[in-house]
Design a protein around this ligand. Structure first.
Ligand code: APR
Ligand code: ZN
Ligand code: ZN
Length: 356
């Protein structure tokens, strides 16, 4: 099959013929339909997060089940599915206490791909920049089949992460004031999650005016260009001097984590969604904890995947979430490096690689 291969960090991906094994016990072979291009892939391409090379990246995907390994019961061939970058095992402490996004046991680390003569484990349990994926049963979510596959793919990362950060992690209440720092593919979904939850004020913060325009379309009531004004002072001004009820960091930038914490009111909550570089640290004003401020981590929008992902798609079908608008461009796999350039240049909400 065809795949985009990362041969070496900081180099463009190379389209190559690679091979994939049949699914083993508890695994599923999925024909990839679409795969979003996420900033997290770029972190691995650029080396701010490590990945052994050669590797096939991609972790925001939809597809159609083609073949089942022994013992798989949840899906059947022909089912439309979204892949999970944190597959769950169903029996560990986290899975059994309603936090399957924190499960560390469900990952498929067995090599199922062969690049040249090298056996390679799938990246984040999927490696979706390829025509086929072998994934664990706990790494798929069955979805309704009347949803376009490029839209469904985005639910696998950016939509779930962003909308989930607002409605699951922070549990934003109607009337709340929310600030969102970084309004890319994930941040726009935090904005629409806050809107869905009934937030009254949604303040979008970015350094790219193109992104701030998109933010308004997704529900931002105010925008701040952080390249021109101090976002902390401006958020305070927009919230009557108090600070926001919630702030979300959606870049992966330690200084923005500090800003998020500083822009929430007494008793407010800053949620860190972005993936900061390995080894980085964020500076927090320690006395601020006397104001009962909360600094909260977030992964995958605190998702309970088989509950949240179908309901997100139902909300989309009911016209309550904008997902079509997230797909700024589609590319064939051969255009993948152009898709990464478009993201780096801030031209798109999301690009999606589509397979035929
Ligand atoms: N202040 C405000 N906004 C910024 C700043 C800054 N200093 N630096 C960058 N940005 C904005 C960019 O202009 C862009 O709009 O952050 C946004 C990031 O968006 P994308 O590149 O589309 O990234 P996305 O895929 O949304 O991921 C964001 O979440 O899952 C993680 O790994 C991912 O850390 C990344 C973050
Ligand atoms: Zn992602
Ligand atoms: Zn588990």
């Amino acid at each position: 099959m065809k795949a985009a291969v990362l041969r070496e960090a900081k180099k463009p991906l190379v389209i190559e013929e690679v091979s994939i094994e049949d699914p083993g016990p508890g695994q599923v072979l999925v024909k990839t339909a679409a795969s979003g291009v996420c900033h997290s892939d770029l972190h691995f391409m650029e080396g701010s997060w490590p990945v052994p090379t050669p590797a096939i990246l991609g972790h925001e995907a939809s597809g159609v089940v083609e073949k089942l390994g022994e013992g798989v019961k949840y899906v059947k061939p022909g089912d439309h599915v979204v892949m999970l970058f944190t597959p769950f095992c169903g029996v560990c402490r986290f899975c059994t206490t309603g936090r399957p996004n924190l499960c560390g046991e469900g990952r498929a680390m067995t090599p199922t791909l062969k690049i040249g003569d090298r056996a390679v484990a799938p990246f984040l349990s999927m490696s979706s920049f390829a025509e086929y994926m072998v994934v664990p049963e706990g790494g798929v979510v069955k979805i309704r089949d009347d949803v376009p596959m490029n839209v469904a793919a985005l639910v696998g990362c950016s939509v779930m992460t962003g909308v989930g950060a607002a409605i699951n992690t922070a549990k934003v209440e109607p009337g709340a004031s929310c600030a969102v720092i970084g309004t890319g593919g994930v941040g726009l979904n935090v904005i629409q999650g806050c809107d869905l939850a009934g937030a009254e004020k949604i303040i979008a913060i970015d350094i790219n005016t193109n992104k701030l325009e998109m933010a308004r379309e997704f529900g931002a009531t105010h925008v701040i260009d952080a390249s021109k004004e101090d976002p902390v002072a401006k958020v305070q001004e927009l919230t009557g001097g108090l600070g926001a009820d919630y702030a979300f960091e959606v870049i992966g930038l330690p200084s923005a984590i500090t800003q998020a914490f500083n822009m929430v009111r007494r008793g407010g909550e800053a949620v860190v969604v972005g993936m900061a570089p390995i080894g980085s640290e964020a500076s927090i004003s320690a006395p601020s904890f006397l104001a009962e401020k909360v600094l909260r981590g977030c992964v995958y929008g605190s998702t309970r995947p088989r509950y949240d992902m179908p309901r997100i798609l139902d909300l989309y079908m009911a016209g309550k979430l904008k997902l079509d608008e997230l797909v700024s461009r589609t590319y064939p796999i051969e255009g993948i490096n152009d898709a990464f350039d478009a993201m780096k240049n801030g031209e798109v909400a999301r690009s999606v690689i589509v397979f035929d």
